[in-house]
Design a protein around this ligand. Structure first.
Ligand code: ADP
Ligand code: MG
Length: 426
């Protein structure tokens, strides 16, 4: 892929935008791009640099992403809507052609890494709720205020936000920026290295722990920090496939496992496709497993298996929907039954949660009452992100000691709960 039209090969220390950004190390990659941690020598902070493949299609997609992210930033001056912030963009010429580069705020690990790091088990329902709230805030803003469908929502495209002060975060501040300094401007380097020296030992220990954990996970790269007591927040990234709801350019959207039924069946789609993906993510966080993992068999396609899995979990697709899409004939007969997969084993969501994932009966019922309406086969019946944010499940809290201490930060203690203050203070 590192050829004409492809990725731009980057080494740590390479500089971009006339020397303003210096590449540090690779953070991740997608189909279209590689993403690097870079040091912004002007603002003296770390940023993420997304370097697009150079072929015309990819450049078009990057320009589109810049347009979308600019609109998103414009409507959210305080940067509080749980969407990644675009900071800058420019073109970079390399041996493989011209690459469009986006500079965005540097965020934490993706939910995919979080799930892997947690060894594919539930991350705790309070944490699931916190993450769900962030994603829903982001979706509500995107859908209602900007008019954009993300259309590729999945755990990889939701990144955790560190709420730890970077100066106190041994992993981040312990990272020495690689600076190619052509002239003798030493001030910045000295300031940075003083802070680092103080934290160097702690940092080294933390990094050693992380690589230990990494090797125990079989080489999976983990930047994840301990989750104890951290109020989790996250942000939605990757707007390369996003579209304005009234300007859709393609019918093939979303990553397989997170794809809504109306997309498979070839209907026009709307904001509610993101809600479907959101429900799939929530389930995955709560169980560690993907909600749907369709496979093709000898007699049936992956699409048909996917529809069968949906019906086993959620009941039969209403006939009108089953036969009404432009691709319905590929899967359904005129009665609304699948053509090649005849026998379905029904297993409703709450029962799956109890049987396979050992949820308590009440946890399972409450969680499935939250999820099932979002997994409605009729897209227009699905609740909006704003409606989901009102759901009582999101406001529930399992009592946990960490929560009590969090209350200290919210001002509730000052408002008269002095008993709590005494208890925690001792
Ligand atoms: P693509 O469009 O090629 O899929 P993404 O925007 O999804 O590119 O980025 C690819 C990967 O790079 C992400 O899954 C994530 O691991 C990493 N990444 C992207 N943006 C950031 C960021 N702002 N901070 C940290 N890592 C990021
Ligand atoms: Mg991506």
């Amino acid at each position: 892929a590192y050829r004409k039209g492809g990725y731009h090969a980057v080494r740590a220390g390479d500089s971009f935008a006339g020397g303003r950004y210096v590449a540090q190390r690779k953070l991740g990659w997608g189909n279209f791009s590689t993403v690097w941690l870079a040091y912004d020598t002007r603002s003296h902070r770390f940023v993420a640099l997304k370097i697009q493949k150079s072929a015309a299609d990819f450049s078009g997609a990057a320009l589109h992403e810049i347009e979308v992210l600019s609109a998103i930033a414009e409507g959210d001056p305080s940067n509080s809507k749980c969407i990644v912030r675009l900071l800058d963009h420019f073109k970079h010429s390399g041996p493989n052609g011209q690459h469009i580069c986006l500079v965005v705020e540097f965020l934490g690990d993706s939910l995919l890494r979080l799930i892997r790091h947690n060894r594919y088990k539930c991350i705790g329902l309070n944490r699931v709720r916190e993450i769900c709230r962030s994603i829903l805030l982001g979706l509500d803003y995107l859908h209602r205020e900007v008019g954009i469908i993300h259309s590729d929502l999945k755990p990889e495209n939701v990144l955790l936000v560190s709420t730890i002060d970077p100066a106190k975060d041994p992993v981040r501040s312990g990272f020495t920026p690689i600076l190619e300094r052509p002239e003798g401007n030493f001030t910045r380097g000295i300031v940075v290295s003083v802070i680092e020296k103080k934290l160097k030992r702690r940092a080294r220990r933390a990094i050693a722990k992380i690589s230990e954990r990494r090797s125990s996970l079989g080489g999976v790269p983990v930047q994840e920090k301990s989750l104890e007591g951290v109020d989790l927040r996250c942000k939605i990234v990757d707007f390369g496939n996003a579209c304005w709801f009234d300007k859709q350019f393609t019918t093939e959207i979303q990553t397989r496992q997170y794809r809504a039924p109306e997309v498979i069946l070839g209907f026009r789609y709307s904001f509610s496709v993101d809600m479907w993906s959101f429900a799939c993510i929530a389930f995955e966080l709560a169980t560690g497993d993907m909600l749907f993992t369709p496979r093709n068999g000898q007699a049936f396609s992956e699409d048909e298996d996917h529809l069968a899995l949906m019906m086993e979990l959620l009941g039969k697709i209403p006939r009108k929907i089953a036969i009404g899409g432009s691709r319905s004939k590929d899967y359904f007969d005129r009665h609304g039954d699948l053509k090649r997969i005849r026998r379905l084993k029904s297993l409703p969501l709450h029962q799956l949660l109890v049987d396979k994932y050992k949820f308590s009966n009440s946890d399972a019922l409450e969680f499935s009452e939250f999820l099932c309406p979002i997994l409605d086969f009729s897209p227009e019946k699905r609740p909006t992100a704003a409606q989901c944010l009102q759901h009582p499940w999101l406001r529930k809290k399992d009592p946990k000691p960490t929560e009590k201490i969090n209350e200290l930060c919210t001002g509730k203690v000052q408002a008269g709960l002095s008993e709590l203050r005494l208890k925690v203070g001792k």
